[in-house]
Each structure stands twice: as structure tokens, then as C-alpha cells.
Design a binder for this molecule. Structure first.
Ligand SMILES: Cc1cc2nc3c(=O)[nH]c(=O)nc-3n(C[C@H](O)[C@H](O)[C@H](O)COP(=O)(O)OP(=O)(O)OC[C@H]3O[C@@H](n4cnc5c(N)ncnc54)[C@H](O)[C@@H]3O)c2cc1C
Length: 414
């Protein structure tokens, strides 16, 4: 069969691909754009799967990146329910699961990530869920109607968000986690404690420092057991144990994999293969802002990297220099925003008070701001972006200003 020709092949039906398509058109790309995605849904905002959509506050259309007509108006061909099975960068061709062969000019690999599965005894029981797609959220919703007790495995943001959403739906939720404090791996114990308190005030029971041992039940899950002997009743379980990048296609195509386990890219998000870029959860890149390699699984990063790839496909030669941003929402109880990532840090400076529910935590590494987390002080994040990008060295005066709720952050480093 002869290959059809497209100028831009976007592999993956998530946000990174969708935003790349958008920016190709916004920046004047005239050629053919083909987006191929394995899921049946057109590109959508995945974060809603643990928030409004999971709670039934949103329709299936609400999380969509764009309505169906937009793709037609933009002359972007959307092939959903279709997998790219082979990528051959040498001949600039790709094979699709619908048996089509595509010859491309430039390609984006944005295959995203898959949930990390925990294979303990009892994993095959009914009502044990992972959460990555709208379909997964539908399955959880359908199952929990007749359920009282839900156990969330994992103390990172997915476990916390789902616990908040399902508590709001009237379920008794508990979290089983390896951490001492929720969210502490990414954000440290102070901010983590704030969010754990919020969860506990609303009735979520948190079981720290627990390793999952097994699930038990007769056909359907009935209890969660931990190594320390804890046994928790659970008629449903949602596991949020992190994700791993979807690298199958990249490996088979011979793309270089980086030290952080993503598709190795330069600062322009170009992979090791000619005319193949990567973006989103699968992308590991050289950050000109941080001076080190990064791989980040956040919505805003996928969004912005899609744009950077579009610009570079059009020959603009721009580095990806957006400071990564993350947000997480616990129902209508509270919300955090973060720029960074810090990775490791040696000091935390708190501005405002966690007791008032309005504070910013500055994460300091090597005498500079490496990241900032805020609750209710979003404006602080603009300053954090500048301090990060300019690599401002903090003196004593700067420390005082960062800690002072009324301090003028614009003076720090100037
Ligand atoms: C429940 C949930 C809540 C989240 N909440 C937040 C949040 O509050 N804040 C935040 O910053 N981030 C959040 N995230 C993370 C964020 O959604 C991801 O970082 C983002 O979706 C990554 O986008 P992506 O385009 O890189 O990959 P994905 O969204 O994973 O999309 C990749 C798509 O490509 C498809 N695909 C893979 N291989 C192929 C192939 N060979 N051929 C065709 N298609 C293929 C996949 O099936 C998938 O549909 C959340 C994620 C989840 C699951």
C-alpha cells in the first residue's frame, strides 16, 4: 500500500498533541496536520478525571480540549481509536493500527504515560481501579453508588484529589500511603501537613507509613491489608501509585532514552532522530531555565511543550523556557499551585501562615529559590518564576522579604 503524505504527524491524543496542533495553525502552518490518538475520545483535559468530572458535575463534553467542530474548522485531521504501531525516523514513515502508512515531514511523539500497576495478591478482584482516562472515571462512578468505604492507595495528589471528590459524594474515604504525610514527596512536610489536615478535617482517614500487602474479597474487593497488619474495609479501591512514560514506540523507533527515563530531547524538544520532537509526560528535555534535565508529568507542561514543538516544527528555533507550573484541587476544600520543580532543597521559607490558609512556601536550594508553592497567594508565583529564571542569589535581606507577608517581592534580587 502506498503511504499517504502529511506535513505534521502528531502521535498521541492528549494535551501535548492537541496544543501543538492548535499552535501550528495559530502560527500559520498551512500543510496537512494529522493527530492520531489511541483513546476513543478526542483530546481532553485529563485533570478533570479526578475532579469535577469524577463528581458528576461535568458532562463528557466539558473537559474536551476543543469542541468537535473546531478540529474541522482548523483542518486538523483527528484519528481517534487509532494507535501508531511503528515509527521509522529514517524513512519518515509511520504505520497505524488501521493499516495506513503515513509519510510525514515532521513528527511529534506525545504518547504520555501509563499508570504504575501494583501486582499484589487480590489485584484481580472487582472494584479495584486505576485512574487515567474519562472511561476510568466513569467506571469508578458507576461502581461507587452501592459502596460505603473507599480506600485510596497512594498519598500523592491523585489519591488526595480522589479522596476529596469521593468524600464530597458521601463516601467514607481513607488513604493508605508509604509517606509520613500526604504530598510530602513533592512538596515537603509543611505544605503536606496543611493538605493532610484539610483532608482529615473533612473526614478522610489517613494511614501513613504503610505498605500495601494484598486485597481480599470474594469476587469483589472487601478489604485492604497492609504489611503492618492493618485491615481496612473497602468495597472499592482506587490506586494512585504514579505513572511511567509510554516509551514502547520510542524504543522501537530507536530514539534515545534519557537518564530520567523519558525520550531524550534537547532544549528545543527535538529528539535524537531527525524531525521527531517529543512533548508532555514522555519528554525529557534540557531545561535552559534550570540548567539540568527535567521530565515532568504535569498538565501545564504538556500544554506549553506542545506550543514549543509547534514553533520549532515551523523553524523558529526557540528553547522551551517556561517555568513548569502545577496545580491540584481538593474538591471545594482547597487548592495549591506550584512552580519549580525543586527536586531537592535544603531550606523552606514560609510567607504568611498555614493556619490562615493563605501562605507561600519558598523552597531554597544552594542559596536560590528552587520552587514555590502557594495557597491563596497566586501573585507570588510570578515573583518565583523571575527568581528561578534569573537564578537570584538570596542574601539575608531577601530571606526576610520572602518570609514577610507584606514584603515587596519585586525588590528581591534587585
Ligand atoms: C486523574 C488525573 C488528574 C490529573 N490532575 C492534574 C492536575 O491537577 N494538575 C496537573 O498539572 N496535572 C494533572 N494530571 C497530569 C496531566 O493530566 C498530564 O501531565 C497530561 O495529561 C499529560 O499530557 P500528554 O499529552 O503528555 O499525555 P497523555 O494525556 O497521557 O496523552 C497521551 C495520549 O496518547 C495516547 N497514545 C499513547 N501511545 C500512542 C500511540 N502509539 N499511538 C496513538 N496514541 C497513543 C494515549 O493513549 C493517550 O491518550 C492529572 C492526570 C490524571 C490522570
Amino acid at each position: 500500500m502506498s503511504a499517504r503524505e502529511v506535513d505534521y504527524l502528531l502521535i498521541g491524543g492528549g494535551l501535548a498533541s492537541a496544543n501543538c496542533a492548535r499552535w501550528l495553525r495559530e502560527e500559520g502552518a498551512e500543510g496537512e496536520v494529522l493527530l492520531v490518538g489511541r483513546e476513543l475520545d478526542p483530546p481532553y483535559n485529563r485533570p478533570e478525571c479526578s475532579k469535577g468530572y469524577l463528581r458528576g458535575e461535568e458532562t463528557r463534553e466539558d473537559p474536551l480540549f476543543r469542541p468537535a467542530e473546531w478540529w474541522k474548522e482548523q483542518h486538523v485531521e483527528l484519528l481517534t481509536g487509532t494507535t501508531v504501531t511503528k515509527l521509522d525516523p529514517g524513512s519518515h514513515t509511520a504505520s497505524l493500527s488501521n493499516k495506513e502508512e503515513v509519510r510525514y515531514g515532521k513528527a511529534l511523539l506525545a504518547s504520555g504515560a501509563n499508570v504504575r500497576r501494583l501486582n499484589v495478591d487480590g489485584s484481580e478482584l472487582e472494584n479495584i481501579f486505576y485512574l487515567r482516562t474519562l472511561g476510568n472515571a466513569d467506571a469508578i462512578r458507576a461502581a461507587i453508588d452501592e459502596v460505603q468505604d473507599v480506600v485510596l492507595i497512594g498519598g500523592s495528589y491523585i489519591g488526595c484529589e480522589v479522596a476529596a471528590s469521593l468524600t464530597m459524594l458521601g463516601k467514607r474515604c481513607s488513604i493508605v500511603m508509604q509517606e509520613q504525610i500526604t504530598l510530602e514527596r513533592g512538596f515537603g512536610p509543611q505544605a503536606g501537613r496543611f493538605f493532610q489536615d484539610l483532608l482529615e478535617e473533612h473526614g478522610v482517614v489517613v494511614h501513613p507509613v504503610q505498605d500495601l500487602a494484598r486485597f481480599s474479597g470474594d469476587g469483589r474487593v472487601a478489604a485492604v491489608h497492609t504489611d503492618s497488619g492493618l485491615e481496612l474495609p473497602a468495597q472499592a479501591v482506587v490506586i494512585g501509585a504514579g505513572v511511567t512514560p509510554e516509551l514502547g514506540l520510542a524504543r522501537r523507533a530507536g530514539l534515545e532514552i534519557g537518564e530520567l527515563g523519558g525520550v531524550a530531547c534537547d532544549s528545543r524538544l527535538a529528539s535524537s532522530a531527525p524531525d521527531v520532537f517529543a512533548a508532555g509526560d514522555v519528554c525529557e528535555y534540557e531545561s535552559v531555565v534550570h540548567g539540568r534535565r527535567l521530565r515532568i508529568e504535569h498538565w501545564d507542561v504538556a500544554f506549553n511543550q506542545g506550543r514549543t514543538v509547534a514553533l520549532n516544527m515551523l523553524g523558529r528555533d526557540v528553547p522551551h523556557d517556561v517555568v513548569p507550573y502545577f496545580y491540584s484541587v481538593l474538591g471545594d476544600w482547597g487548592e495549591l499551585e506550584y512552580v519549580g520543580p525543586a527536586g531537592e532543597w535544603d531550606d523552606e521559607i514560609v510567607r504568611g501562615s498555614t493556619a490562615d490558609g493563605s501562605f507561600t512556601t519558598w523552597y531554597v536550594a544552594g542559596g536560590r529559590v528552587a520552587a514555590a508553592l502557594t495557597v491563596g497567594r497566586s501573585d507570588d508565583l510570578d515573583h518565583a518564576r523571575r527568581l528561578l529564571t534569573d537564578r537570584v542569589e538570596l542574601d539575608e535581606e531577601a530571606h526576610r522579604t520572602l518570609a514577610d507577608p507584606d514584603g515587596d517581592l519585586a525588590t528581591v534580587g534587585r
